[in-house]
Design a protein around this ligand. Structure first.
Ligand code: ADP
Ligand code: MG
Length: 207
């Protein structure tokens, strides 16, 4: 069964943008605590550029939508997060190339995105980065029957909370060493909004 159509993939990007714009201040505040305070701006601007691009473009496949988003994020988002999200979406697109997006295909795509983030950023699980969220979502998708997409949200919320007590070992936050403890990782929070947008888009279709 196809779970994500081309229109839904576009909608996924549009909903992600809405959430990231809505939570721009929150992401900025989180990044002010352990980074340089630009994460909200980076994500809101990047996804607004993505939406500008995809809204005016016709796509034949979900892979094409994600590839287009990837190119825009890599090109337009300053900071570490742009190339990381760009790579994640590009690898997802490659994984979905020539396929309909069934649940199985989507799970494979998340695995590919996760691998892309790791190749690019060299993070391991538990190093207080957005990789932690992708890792847990991928693990969840492998452990659960595919009709429980909403379960992704709980998984994200739990790992986001776990990042608070982690010491950052990658990116700008790692400069703070032990002092990075006590704060949620901003990139984990933005990844949550992207997965939440995905779940929302699937739910609308069911309703
Ligand atoms: P910058 O750190 O360059 O200012 P952003 O503020 O936009 O970029 O993004 C910061 C987020 O990027 C962090 O919260 C973290 O989740 C993520 N990040 C940084 N470096 C890495 C890395 N090497 N691997 C995975 N994620 C990373
Ligand atoms: Mg930053």
């Amino acid at each position: 069964m196809v779970i994500l159509t081309v229109d839904q993939a576009k909608q996924w990007m549009i909903e992600s943008q809405k959430k990231l714009v809505e939570h721009k201040e929150q992401l900025t505040t989180l990044d002010q605590a352990i980074g340089d305070g630009d994460h909200g701006i980076n994500m809101a601007r990047g996804f607004s550029e993505v939406v500008d691009k995809i809204e005016g473009t016709e796509y034949d496949t979900v892979a094409d939508v994600l590839k287009s988003a990837a190119m825009t994020l890599t090109a337009k988002v300053g900071g570490a997060s742009g190339p990381l999200y760009g790579t994640a979406f590009l690898k997802m697109a490659v994984s979905l190339q020539g396929k309909e997006v069934t649940a199985e295909a989507f799970v494979d795509a998340v695995d590919a995105g996760l691998e892309g983030i790791q190749t690019r950023g060299k993070a391991e699980f538990g190093e207080k980065t957005l990789f932690d969220v992708w890792y847990q979502v991928a693990a969840f998708l492998h452990s659960e029957p595919y009709d429980t997409w909403e379960g992704i949200l709980e998984v994200c919320q739990a790992i986001i909370e776990d990042t608070r007590e982690m010491v950052a070992l990658r990116g700008r936050a790692s400069y703070l060493k032990e002092r990075s403890k006590g704060h949620i990782d901003p990139g984990s929070m933005s990844s949550f909004y992207i997965f939440q947008a995905f779940v929302d888009v699937l739910e609308w279709e069911k309703a």
